[in-house]
Design a protein around this ligand. Structure first.
Ligand code: HEM
Length: 491
């Protein structure tokens, strides 16, 4: 549906043309970054018209906080999410607020994100990280950080949630599911960006035809996973087990197999790129600043001690306070899910004077809200993890930091993501000297999420403080299985 806001006008960038609107200045490859540039001087709310479709963007923190009021507003599905629904159906992320499957799945799956559940996932997360390190330890060239973080987070979510192993660290080529999933997501994204253009329906049909075999492969594979689990006597307490075996405690309702397939897809998609992007931005900002890196090293050495092979215990993850602030600050500058849609529950007047009806939607542009100088100061563009020290956070405008979304539709996987990311950062920093290419300049690629592109790190084994450095040229003899891991890696 066209988002016409009863014809009300908003500030827009100069150069609007009849028919195409503001389309010409929009970068089709990096639409978010071009919106940030074009909206920079337009105030807390502005619009872009892409052919017939009006996109209203909220970039001011006060106004974003107003839209976070759940008594007045709720989640809206932007054209991109409507297009994604074809792939992920009424999975949690793309369900409409009043769809019964949303409430049912939300109630059932909450139990998969309790502290006890996180405790079960912890060893799986550690094992996946170790498998990645094993590949790094025999590698000579610098690693592509975003690509490897994505392999790791994909493997982690699929093993913890569905007990499925994609073999990401042993295969030469990725499992065929991964390129099929990426192709299907791209198809959805293209359909979302065409939505306001003339001929959109025809283009959508063509894209669907081209994508049909990917979709059929994905559907078949996931239906097999569901059927195999149903046929087995296993009662794994993972997300799939919960969806298959647990009726709703009050109504007794169960998810049907089609919805379970959509939930699996949703968790595979929502549960990996966002976290791998967050890890990659954190590593980028840490490794370009020796003072920050030294503080991170001090923290990991204090908590984990001198043995670089040591794995953190579950309870230790919450102790990495500095690493957590680094992660939070990376997600402030580059929230990897960079926005969300909001609509009012009833006709309402915004503090800007604009009247908003339930069929109107606005997109909250998180990287702009997170840099609003009224909240974050004149140095809002600088990376400073200490902004998240409690003494500096106190009194900050509520709802001005929303990387995990807002209200009842906010991220169900937040604790999972934070636990995984801190665990991986801690182990990497403890285990390796991480050396970036000094000439690298941050380039951000936009898929469904944001990710540094072309960011590489050279890895060499690190000697934590307090550890005895290995005698030069000598191999360890006490732990033969670790010799490979300790081999120096050329950078
Ligand atoms: C740093 C990592 C992550 C970030 C930045 C992030 C961000 C977000 C945001 C902004 C939303 C709200 C979207 C909206 O309102 O339209 C969301 C929802 C969601 N996220 Fe995450 N997410 C992350 C990790 C995860 C993980 C690891 C999982 C799964 C294990 C996950 C599963 C979901 C699901 C299922 C929803 C939909 C919730 C609902 O509507 O009920 N996310 N996430």
């Amino acid at each position: 549906m066209l988002n016409d806001w009863s014809g009300q006008r908003f500030p827009h960038p100069p150069g609007r043309r009849p028919f195409v609107g503001d389309t010409l200045g929009t970068d089709a490859v990096a639409p978010l970054q071009s919106t940030m540039r074009r909206g920079a001087e337009l105030g807390p709310i502005f619009e872009l018209k892409i052919f017939d479709q009006k996109f209203v963007f909220v970039s001011g923190a006060e106004l974003a906080a107003e839209l976070a009021d759940e008594s007045r507003f709720e989640k809206a599905l932007s054209p991109a999410l409507v297009a994604l629904r074809q792939f992920a159906g009424a999975g949690l992320f793309t369900a409409y607020n009043d769809e019964t499957n949303w409430a049912l799945a939300h109630d059932l799956l909450r139990s998969a994100f309790t502290k006890d559940a996180m405790r079960r996932y912890h060893p799986v997360m550690l094992a996946a990280a170790q498998e990645l390190f094993d590949t790094w330890d025999v590698r000579e060239a610098p690693v592509d950080v975003s690509a490897d973080m994505t392999r790791l987070t994909m493997e982690t979510i699929s093993r913890t949630a569905f007990s499925q192993d994609f073999g990401s660290f042993t295969r030469d080529e990725p499992h065929p599911f991964i390129p099929a999933m990426i192709a299907a997501l791209r198809a959805g994204q293209r359909k979302g960006s065409f939505s306001g253009m003339p001929g959109a329906r025809l283009m959508s049909r063509r894209i669907d035809q081209r994508n049909a075999h990917h979709q059929a492969y994905i559907d078949g594979l996931l239906d097999d996973v569901i059927a195999t689990r149903r046929a087995s006597a296993a009662s794994d307490h993972d997300l799939l087990g919960i969806m298959l075996d647990t009726p709703h405690p009050e109504t007794g309702a169960r998810l049907d197999d089609l919805n379970i397939r959509h939930q699996i897809l949703t968790f595979l998609v929502a549960g990996h790129e966002t976290t791998s992007g967050a890890l990659s931005f954190a590593l980028y900002y840490l490794t370009r600043d020796p003072a920050l890196l030294a503080r991170a090293h001090e923290e990991v050495d204090t908590i984990l001690g001198p043995d670089r092979e040591v794995e953190p215990a579950f309870e230790q993850i919450a102790k990495f306070r500095f690493l957590r602030r680094v992660l939070d600050e990376g997600l402030r500058l580059w929230p990897t899910a960079p926005g969300y849609g909001r609509s009012p529950r009833e006709v309402t007047t915004l503090s800007t004077g604009h009247v908003m009806r339930p069929q109107d939607w606005a997109l909250v542009v998180l990287p702009m809200v997170h840099r609003d100088p009224d909240v974050w100061g004149d140095d809002a563009g600088e990376f400073d993890p200490d902004r998240f020290l409690s003494e500096r956070s106190r009194g900050r405008l509520a709802h001005s930091y929303k990387p995990f979304g807002t209200g009842e539709r906010s991220c169900i996987g937040r604790q999972f993501a934070v636990h995984e990311a801190v665990l991986v950062l801690a182990r990497m920093l403890h285990r390796y000297e991480l050396t970036p290419d000094p000439s690298y300049e941050l380039t951000i690629t936009e898929r469904l999420t944001l990710m540094p592109e072309g960011f590489r790190l050279a890895l060499t084994p690190r000697v934590p403080s307090g550890a005895n450095p290995p005698p030069s040229g000598a191999e360890r003899t006490d732990a033969p299985s670790q010799n490979v891991r300790n081999a120096p890696l050329a950078g």
